[in-house]
Design a protein around this ligand. Sequence first.
Ligand SMILES: Nc1ncnc2c1ncn2[C@@H]1O[C@H](COP(=O)(O)OP(=O)(O)OP(=O)(O)O)[C@@H](O)[C@H]1O
Length: 521
Amino acid sequence: MTDDKPMNSPYLLQMKEIYKSFGPVTVSAGVTLEVKPGEIHALLGENGAGKSVLMSILCGILKPDSGSIHYKGAPLNIGSPREAIRHGIGMVHQHFMLVPNLTVAENYVLGQGTPLRLINDMKAVHQRITALSDRYGLDVRPDAVIEDLSVGEQQRVEILKVLFHGTDLLILDEPTAVLTPQETDRLLDLMRDLVADGKTVIFISHKLDEVMRVSDQISVMRDFKVVHTTAVTDTNPRELARLMVGRDVLMELPRGSANPGQVVLSVDGLSCRNDLGLPALKGVSFSVKAGEIVGIAGVSGNGQTELSLAISGLLPIDAGKVSLEGKDITGLSPAEINQLSFAHVPEDRHKMGVLLPFTLAENAILHRYNQSPFAKKGLLQRGVTASFARDLIKRFRVKTPDEEEFLANLSGGNQQKLVVARELARDPNFILVSQLTRGIDIGAIEFILQEMLKQRDAGRAILLISTELEELFTVCDRILVMFHGEILGEVPADRSRLEEVGLMMAGQRSAPAAAMEPALT
Ligand SMILES: Nc1ncnc2c1ncn2[C@@H]1O[C@H](COP(=O)(O)OP(=O)(O)OP(=O)(O)O)[C@@H](O)[C@H]1O
């Protein structure tokens, strides 16, 4: 790295001509990123454009091959995350890095170069956490055990952790991907409070509306480079989408009306409990027909996760019945359900969708490794598997050097694309999808939602569970709203009904829906 010091630089951070390769694969091709103090600087880009890699370099997790970093007017050579923290640079990652069975305070003093005097004085640690929590209205209790907290609470714990270590420059990698709309609003307010307090924020997001709402400056990455930096006041979502993807992106998808046929999935009076033993579904009933996309809307935590687990055999059912194409599948194991014409894109792809230490090719046949044509006489057919995986990679534009790459080395959005590609390739009659577009860039969302519409038009029955109303209104034919483990009502997926769905998500039953579902009142 070069050591030239910029004179009177207006920038807090300058990353110049950063190059990074993993073996023959270039993942940072001369990136230059400049961030001023006290701003919220959004970093946008397609899946695999190199955003996380660049930020990992800044945080000392990865070492660049060449390039220079200046921070607070001086050259910066960071050898480890601990050094980055010492310089006041902290990152909240896409996947939380908290130890689930420890308390907030214990997590904060783990590793990361916490001074010994603090570790020996947990009372002081608790006081510092409480003071920071009060200052930023974060609602974090130092003695709370991580595994008892909701996703939104864990997110705040991660942010407070970075503040706990005295960070001036916070990097938030897709922080709103798993948050409810209310939690997102709260986080965006927090980001503004942080900059008002003299901090600087780098905000990675695929959600252009949030980026437009909260950012001061925006840098767009494409093909491992920053291709454009602009003030938020000088741009608009359409331009940003074009810069990211290199073409115009359709914000609205053209689609014809549905032509529903026979009932494919039928759910009758389904009740089950969550992993804490509390009632999560309270007599849920609905059906999905061939050739239609039914959406399940709701603020997360209202039973949607349990609904998808119960349908796919991953959660015991207390009462009620699930039928697929007329066959009672209640109580079947996930392996048995897997043999049916049933595809599942799960909410938590790391826990259920993929095996990170395995290759793309191996993940592409995860449920079918012992079936023809991928296995013959008990032997894996490597050639067939490889060409199948290559086809998925090509059709779904998964960014990877080849099918032999380990899945762990793919960017988050590209992992999701592979799961969707694999599940649709099973040619299923019923498709259960949870949080389809989470972490996926705007160009890939357009493509994947179009694929869903094609599947619908080919006669598949699709149940789409999502916290993203935009996604639901773009492809669904009708939307059911879940609240406190019940279906509160149903509306056609017509954008004029958006407000009605929003009210139902907050627990207010709409007049027409209440009339339609008298049994639920
Ligand atoms: N350890 C690694 N070994 C090999 N390749 C890697 C490794 N880590 C990342 N990559 C590759 O670097 C590229 C950039 O990945 P990165 O995670 O920075 O993308 P991103 O812009 O953050 O994408 P997303 O929006 O999907 O999170 C990807 O093609 C990814 O496969």
